[in-house]
Design a protein around this ligand. Sequence first.
Ligand code: F3S
Length: 766
Amino acid sequence: RTLATESSKAILDVTPPYTKLVKNLAEVRRVIGSSSGLTLAEKILYSHLDNPAELSGLTSIRGDAYLKLKVDRVAMQDASAQMALLQFMTCGLESTAVPASIHCDHMIVGEKGADTDLPKSIAGNKEVFDFLESAAKKYGIQFWAPGSGIIHQIVLENYAAPGLMMLGTDSHTPNAGGLGAIAIGVGGADAVDALVDAPWELKAPKILGVRLEGQLNGWATPKDVILHLAGKLTVRGGTGYIIEYHGPGVQSLSATGMGTICNMGAEVGATTSLFPYTKSMTDYLAATRRGPVAMAASQINKDHGFLQADEDAKYDEVITINLSELEPHINGPFTPDLSTPLSKFKDAIKENNWPEKLSAGLIGSCTNSSYEDMSRAENLVKQAEAAGLKPKVGFFITPGSEQIRATLERDQTLNVFEQAGGTVLANACGPCIGQWKRTDDVKKGDSNAIFTSYNRNFRSRNDGNPDTMNFLTSPELVTSMIYAGSTTFNPMTDSLTTPSGAPFKFTPPTAPTLPAAGFERGNLSWTPGRVVPHPSTPIAVDPTSSRLALLEPFPPFPAHNLTSVRVLYKVSGKCTTDHISAAGAWLKYKGHLENISNNTLIGAVNAETGETNVAYDLDGSSMGIPELARKWQKEGTTWLVVAETNYGEGSAREHAALQPRYLGGRVVLAKSFARIHETNLKKQGIVPLTFAEETDYDRIKACDEVDTVGLYEMLMNGGKGEVQLKVRPRQGEEFTIPVKHTFSKDQAEYVLAGSALNLLGKKAKG
Ligand code: F3S
């Protein structure tokens, strides 16, 4: 009886609250008063609105309105979870408001194979994993230990469900759209909104409909749908859109295949991607022990059509792809939108002078490590081995999860790979995120070509070698290519020569989409059970650590206007989040605000001298920007940055707002802001202001002092009111300039409280 109760509770945890969602959606339809149909993406988004009444009276929603959403779940990977959790901890709550999970996958190196690589990586990152595990235990978060698998594969196997809305601190979170969820990749501060039960804000995306017709056949795979689409849309073509697949072709795709397609929607900049409810989703949910979720989804869809678009739904744009005519594609090098159909790839190699010799083939990653993917690759290996062939180059396999690995082990697939000379790496990101210790075959600086079934191929992403050209394709093409050892091989038309001199041609691979004997669970010690918060758990952070440090809440805004705020730096030209908080080697300090703050603004160009990261103190002495910021902070001087247009463009990286705040920054005065960064600044308690007259940018200089006029009153008045700045230049007369702001009531409260987290923590604690 106890067991039955426990298991039904566990099932409840992963079934979206359909009844509530459908009710909410009915209210939205009433409020917007629209008789026209809704897309599936709209249904899921609007049903998660915190307050449907906010849409009342709006003439346009898609592309215009800001939606305040209550999400169902949060997932975090190990690298980004650190700052998300450190911030969450400052709220002082005993548990997360929504179910959440942590996945240890990005820090595992791929080199010799799982058995040696995994223990080494665990030892090398012990303090980070210990911290994550202790925080998970304390706050009741599910902790997926190193070895358990890659975040998106685990989410698909355990949490994703049709109609669910979730956030993940990783850009390929949309993978869960393969099971009909709206899943969006965000920064840590956004994840914290959901963890503390604050509504998460999103500008309502436009909807790009991709209509699939026909049916895949032969060598064409789901991966080719998105490789082809990436070529059409380019890396920016999906920005501001949700990609919603529909049409008769969707019925022929497996759930994991749809996951692959949604996963790589990130490569075209889409907010997320998703599919309507299909029979293959039911099958996948049942195979992954979530039959009751499938039953609930089927019922809600039957009764309300909740998990599919209305028949008269309108998309902002539509692209049609005929799956029956789709060719396999190969994308790259160095950008995922350079898309070449297989039949033209041989010519492309020659025209571009790309290497004809292949140096390695890698399959797996969060993009392509399903049972279907691996079994189809196995089918090809068996064909080649039966003909007496051996791979000509290194062959690396990354299972996406322990469940997949154990199932493939039971079904002898891994054995087939290993017998052929393949190396099975840990169930983790490994070579997909630069954690490929490639010591044997290629040296740094050697130009070489690899084929992978991954999703990204920016320079240096896999082995740290900027001259490694990563061509993205399906696992099937990767596997056939390793037997040719050549990038110009076309398995659809070309033959290989067997040791006996006979020609050998692959036949198109076939394999089941799901294991006939069900999924194995594998090593259960890496898998969390049901969790409850243990508030007395100490958080494992060594005070002497250089990689982790607890955060202190920022002090509240003073009860008056700001006075004598000094201009630390006047930036000229582009200032992205990379200029404000550089990545690369700094990533290892993501959990240590003090240490990572040493990179603050080091990419910014000094408008007065043209130098990068050279700031000048009052006495004319020069130093790096972080050094001067720290010096002034010590002296009790608060500071501001003056900048040009689109300040903070690039990413949602919260460090770009946290660090200046940590070092004593109070204001950023710019010609304009990138919207996400502007919001992030307010969340961390920094005041973003824009010039009312852009020419005033020329009047203000480094080391000038500024008093705010009307700022405190505007904040107290819920974001309403005019603000001016009184500027005391180092030389010349004092002058006053008008400035603009975009504060909402909530955001004004954030700044007054010191940060959004201070306020949210206070509210959540009542
Ligand atoms: Fe990991 Fe690469 Fe996916 S880094 S989450 S396997 S994109």
